[in-house]
Ligand binder design. Structure first.
Ligand SMILES: Nc1ncnc2c1ncn2[C@@H]1O[C@H](COP(=O)(O)OP(=O)(O)OP(=O)(O)O)[C@@H](O)[C@H]1O
Ligand SMILES: [Mg+2]
Length: 263
């Protein structure tokens, strides 16, 4: 099967006068349609930089110095900025940890979801209707009324659901979720993960799930890629990595999860 996303030999550096830091080094990974790939690794291992590089959201001095990011038959690194804007949100969405920074505090949440749709060519009338459907899909009760709320009127878990609704608005085949539930308390985290699982099967969504939490990986991922110091340490089916990690580093990450050693 042709992968949906095929990252080949990606290298990202941050250059400063007199110093160059290689944040991601020769990283290759694939994601099949509908597949969830867990990307794990300790803090600073290059997970977020990888996500930003794929979406071409790196800020200078961050720069992709080599590699290809093949997606739906095109190398994203060679697209124009205009083409890239239609990929972002349209074909690949990003969900990250802090919804407050992603949501506009001065705009009703319904309008923000509608804007995500109209920006990709949906008519205003259709966007209004789909906004309520999307809020329903992320299980926001009383969606039509809630659409008129502002972000500050919602709980952290609800805000994260709104961000997911925005991410899924255009039915992208791929979502990159960077620590999507890390800021939430355990109960809300479980609800959001369950909802993501449901949406994933409903929309045949592929997910690149970035986390340092192997508990989340065990629950969500089909395959795992373990990063350390910008490099891929090991990768494979989630069951195999959880049962028989081949690197001491992976064993250490695993042993940090309560109960994981025994599973
Ligand atoms: N804007 C930047 N300028 C310089 N170096 C950066 C910048 N952003 C990231 N880096 C460096 O790139 C490396 C990878 O960072 P990255 O944010 O990808 O880590 P991460 O795996 O996402 O960590 P965490 O789990 O803490 O989110 C780190 O060494 C970091 O210091
Ligand atoms: Mg990160």
């Amino acid at each position: 099967m042709t992968p949906l996303l095929d990252v080949q030999h990606l290298t990202v550096t941050f250059e400063r006068p007199g110093a160059a830091l290689t944040a991601v080094h020769d990283l290759s990974l694939t994601i099949q349609p509908g597949e969830t790939l867990g990307l794990v690794g300790e803090s600073g291992s290059g997970k977020s930089v990888t996500a930003l590089a794929i979406l071409r959201l790196l800020q200078p001095p961050g720069r992709v110095t080599s590699g290809r990011v093949l997606f739906e038959g095109r190398d994203l690194l060679s697209l124009s900025e205009a083409e890239m804007r239609s990929v972002r949100g349209g074909r690949i969405s990003l969900i990250f940890q802090e919804p407050m920074t992603a949501l506009n505090p001065t705009m009703r949440i319904g309008d923000q979801i509608a804007e995500a749709l109209t920006a990709h060519g949906v008519s205003h009338a259709d966007a209004r209707q789909r906004t309520v459907e999307l809020l329903d899909a992320v299980r926001i009760p009383d969606a039509a009324r809630r659409a008129r709320d502002y972000a500050h009127q919602l709980s952290g878990g609800m805000r994260q659901r709104v961000m997911i609704a925005i991410a899924l608005a255009c039915r992208p085949p791929l979502v990159i979720a960077d620590e999507p539930t890390t800021a939430l308390d355990v109960t809300i985290q479980a609800q959001v993960l369950e909802m993501l699982r449901e949406l994933r099967s409903r929309f045949n969504l592929a997910i690149m799930l970035i986390t340092h939490d192997f508990g989340v990986i065990a629950e969500m991922a089909d395959r795992v890629a373990v990063m350390r110091g910008g490099e891929l340490m090991e990768h494979g089916p989630v069951r195999q990595i959880l049962r028989q990690p081949s690197h001491e580093y992976t064993r250490r990450l695993l042993s940090a999860v309560p109960g994981m050693g025994r599973r």
